[in-house]
Design a protein around this ligand. Structure first.
Ligand SMILES: O=C(O)CCC(=O)C(=O)O
Length: 271
């Protein structure tokens, strides 16, 4: 039987989890994020006074410990399954005067076919005045039309009945990477911070992320480790799916031959 959370997630494309972390924990997490981002100033995407610090967990043991907490795995495992890795993380600072971040599905940024699970944690208060998060319930059931707008990949339509998520530090929203979302302008004098971690099932494949891969859970238990490969990557159907999408016959044929040789061995005399 499905849990209430599974039913909500399947229906709406997101769940809101209140007070998952304390305000004190969020203060520490924000300090850890700032410390991690100081180590690498390159991985920054800036949109006016909206700043994204990306892939920061790689250089921070404290962030690796945070994103592999059993508490997080317990929230994710009945949605993503018991074996999970992290494909991406980003800290988002929405400063005073920051503009709307337009409606989008994250799969249009990640270019992935499968759902990944967006774990959005409020590090500060988040509301309608300071760049709060809006979601369109039910929009995760299909891939929607989009257009490119500069660096953005923006939904080509108008959401029918969006809802605002008002959050306190420590509140979490888990949403599908197909769920339409947006953030509105920050008209206050304070920066609104969120930390977004993108989790994936170990059965799914991201061909655009390079090793090492950060596995956070096996069998529903926190078990952080960096690995060179994972079963979703080794799955031939997964690879084929992306090779067909990014169709390039010059690459497809040699890699298929390699895989066949690995599986069945090379005929004697050949290499
Ligand atoms: O501002 C945020 O907290 C989230 C930004 C966003 O929509 C995204 O990174 O996909």
């Amino acid at each position: 039987m499905k849990t209430e959370r599974q039913v909500s997630f399947e229906r709406d494309g997101f769940i809101v989890c209140k007070e998952v972390f304390t305000k004190e924990e969020m203060k520490t997490l924000l300090e850890d994020i700032k410390e991690a981002q100081l180590r690498d100033d390159n991985d920054t995407l800036t949109r006016g006074s909206m700043i994204f610090r990306i892939s920061i967990f790689f250089k921070s043991l404290k962030l690796q410990q945070f994103i592999s907490k059993q508490k997080i795995i317990d929230l994710l495992k009945d949605l993503a399954g018991p074996d999970i890795w992290v494909r991406w993380d980003q800290a988002v600072a929405k400063g005073p005067g920051a503009d709307t971040f337009p409606w989008h599905q994250d799969n249009n940024y990640s270019r992935l076919q499968d759902t990944h699970y967006q774990f959005w944690v409020a590090l500060t208060e988040s509301n309608e005045n300071n760049g709060g998060l809006w979601l369109q319930p039910g929009s995760h059931k299909q891939s929607l039309p989009y257009r490119r707008l500069g660096h953005e990949v923006v939904y080509d339509g108008v959401p029918e009945s969006p809802i605002l998520i008002t959050a306190e530090p420590g509140d979490v929203v888990i949403f599908s990477s197909f769920t339409l979302h947006s953030t509105t302008p920050n008209i206050t004098q304070e920066t609104r911070w969120a930390y977004v971690v993108e989790y994936m099932s170990l059965d799914h494949y991201d061909p655009y992320v390079e090793p090492p891969y950060f596995v956070v859970a096996r069998d529903g238990k926190s078990s952080p480790e960096f690995v060179e490969t994972y079963r979703g990557k080794e799955n031939m159907m997964n690879r084929l799916k992306y090779q067909l999408i990014n169709w390039n016959p010059d690459k497809l044929v040699p890699s298929l031959i390699r895989k066949v040789k690995q599986t069945f061995g090379s005929p004697s005399g050949s290499r």
